[in-house]
Ligand binder design. Structure first.
Ligand SMILES: Cc1cc2nc3c(=O)[nH]c(=O)nc-3n(C[C@H](O)[C@H](O)[C@H](O)COP(=O)(O)O)c2cc1C
Length: 193
């Protein structure tokens, strides 16, 4: 059995990013046990005010078993991680950043020591699935996949793979064909898990 965490930040219920994510999940072998985390159903809060102060106090007391750190433990323990999010404002929806705030916990997903940072996550891959209105693959203005790639190193996850469907909203390209191509790539990768 392999435990696969799917972090669903697709936002649109019937969108292209969700279609890409479902193609990936459907192709996973039988030995994969999928946990879907729908971020829009988790009622996540960003780190401000008393919510932030309470977190700092728990960390100072070393209370890493507090329920509010459950997302960080879940992320750290997953054997494979898939994150699906559309390309918004050159990166991804703020909801995903709020989730990243929840999972970035010193002592659970990473460790800061005198020699620098060390990732503590078990996952073999961080797979990032996204669809974009324009064409941004390889463009320095693209900061969604590039950010997630940096986070995979931060968390100590071995491999990073981004599968993107570009040009979803431009008539200069065949968006349907590009989405189909991305879904095929996603399914092919999922079959290797
Ligand atoms: C709030 C919002 C922001 C967006 N920002 C960008 C952007 O910066 N660049 C871009 O190329 N497309 C942008 N798009 C278009 C989406 O990336 C594109 O339509 C994508 O396929 C949406 O995925 P979905 O069908 O899963 O919702 C944006 C769309 C929305 C709704």
């Amino acid at each position: 059995m392999k435990n696969v965490l799917v972090v669903d930040c697709c936002i649109r219920r019937q969108g292209r990013t969700r279609e890409l994510m479902e193609a990936f999940i459907a192709a996973l072998p039988e030995h994969c046990v999928v946990t879907r985390l729908r971020l829009d159903e988790e009622n996540l809060s960003c780190l401000t005010g008393a919510f932030f102060e309470a977190r700092e106090a728990l960390l100072a007391q070393g209370k890493l078993d507090h329920p509010r750190f459950r997302y960080a433990h879940q992320f750290a323990q997953a054997e494979e991680i898939v994150v699906a999010a559309p390309f918004w404002d050159l990166s991804f929806p703020a909801l995903l950043k709020v989730y990243i705030e929840q999972i970035s916990v010193d002592g659970i997903t990473f460790h800061s020591a005198h020699g620098g940072l060390q990732g503590l996550c078990k996952a073999r891959h961080l797979v990032y699935l996204t669809t974009r209105g324009g064409v941004y693959t390889g463009d320095p203005m693209e900061m969604g996949s590039r950010y997630m790639e940096a986070m995979h190193s931060f968390f100590g996850i071995k491999d990073y793979v981004c599968i993107a469907a570009d040009a979803m909203d431009t008539s200069r390209y065949d968006g349907k064909a590009l989405l189909r191509e991305a879904k095929d790539k996603a399914a092919a990768l999922a079959r290797t898990f």
